[in-house]
Design a protein around this ligand. Structure first.
Ligand code: ADP
Ligand code: MG
Length: 352
């Protein structure tokens, strides 16, 4: 009996990982989402040898503030693995951390489900698989991101009805139509949260001659950003933000005030690129499925769907009902985790 007890805390180590360009979210079988951290790694070079100094939250805090021998990189910036070695180190780090957080002794080596962008090539998928295998996976499965997002948002993916998912991530926006356990249409554009941040920084530089960092631009987007100018007149304090940067001409620190409508103006271009991608996907959708989308509308996920009024803009431009998923930042990981756990969805997993 005591022997038996000793083994009770063991649990399956299976994981689903949404390795996003901005954030990595990890789902542990039986526990749900246990970890969500920025996909950022800080590397330190000492005597010509590169080693990992920090990963995730700790590394993001260093972004733009590192000494010369430390560089922070986002190994997945453009949606695929740019630096395999670093991505591997990052996956390993998150696997270890997810196990620690769950606080259970895990049995054996894990099966891992990895979410892949629908537009990724065979080479890119192989790189992901290798990174997970080297990080200790016994078996690696892949799931297309729009499919995972749809499952995470409770859409009827196994039914003969079409549902459209728009996932605005850091590096890309993925538009997918799922039906009967497969992807009927998918389209990916390299416009997402990063482009929005760049657009804000470029606007501030052009209009105010002020240089701001990417972390500052991201904060502006989150706090006062909007996909559309606000109709309400005046400069409501809630829609104002003080922004600090370096004066372009004089090289000294300076502060300005930005209104929500200015930020909306700055974001016009990336927002219109996202709208065009959704339009293009709708045009490529078979008529029967397009008819289903009229009934069910569009569901949005990904951090970019939290941009104020982006759902309104999409609804206006497509004439369809648009809804943001309950947990847009963890929806994909949640869906991938359910595919791992629930027999109903098992068919959507592809062996890597
Ligand atoms: P990925 O899947 O590519 O890792 P995420 O779905 O995690 O991306 O979304 C990250 C992006 O969402 C970032 O560009 C981030 O700035 C943006 N984001 C997060 N919260 C908000 C918000 N409240 N408003 C606007 N953008 C946001
Ligand atoms: Mg994502």
């Amino acid at each position: 009996m005591t022997m038996f007890r000793k083994f009770l805390p063991f649990a399956s180590a299976d994981l689903a990982i949404d390795l996003g360009t901005a954030n990595t979210v990890v789902y542990l079988r039986g526990h749900g989402v246990v970890l969500a951290e920025p996909s950022v790694v800080a590397l330190e070079t000492i005597d010509g040898i590169r080693r990992v100094r920090a990963v995730g939250d700790d590394a993001k805090m260093m972004l733009g503030r590192t000494p010369d021998n430390v560089e922070t990189i986002r190994p997945l910036r453009m949606g695929v693995i740019a630096d395999l070695e670093v991505a591997e180190a990052m996956i390993k780090h998150f696997i270890v951390k997810a196990r620690k957080i769950a606080n259970v002794r895990l049995r054996g080596t894990p099966e891992i489900v990895l979410c892949v962008p629908s537009g990724s090539t065979m080479v890119e998928r192989r790189a992901l698989r290798d990174a997970a295998s080297n990080a200790g996976a016994r078996k690696v499965w892949l799931i297309e991101e729009p499919m995972a997002a749809a499952i995470g948002a409770d859409l009827p993916v196994t039914c003969p009805t079409g549902s459209m998912v728009v996932d605005i991530g850091g590096g890309t926006t993925e538009v997918g139509v799922v039906s009967i356990g497969g992807l009927a249409t998918s389209l990916s554009v390299r416009t997402g949260g990063d482009r929005m941040d760049e657009a804000i920084a470029a606007y501030v530089r052009r209009k105010y001659g002020l240089v701001i960092g990417e972390a500052t631009a991201e904060r502006v987007k989150m706090q006062v950003g909007a996909a559309q100018p606000c109709a309400c007149p005046g400069t409501d304090a809630a829609h104002l933000m003080h922004v600090r940067g370096r004066d372009l001409a004089r090289g000294v620190p300076r502060e300005i005030e930005l209104t929500r409508n200015e930020v909306a103006e700055a974001l016009a271009e990336p927002v219109s690129q996202i709208v065009s991608a959704v339009r293009a996907a709708l045009e490529n959708t078979a008529p029967e499925i397009a008819a289903d989308i009229i009934d069910d509308g569009i569901i949005m996920t990904g951090g970019g769907s939290l941009l104020a009024r982006i759902d309104h803009v999409l609804a206006e431009e497509t004439g369809l009902a648009v809804r943001v998923a309950d947990l847009p930042l963890s929806c994909v990981a949640l869906g991938a985790g359910r595919a791992l756990e629930e027999d109903l969805y098992r068919q959507v997993l592809v062996p890597a």
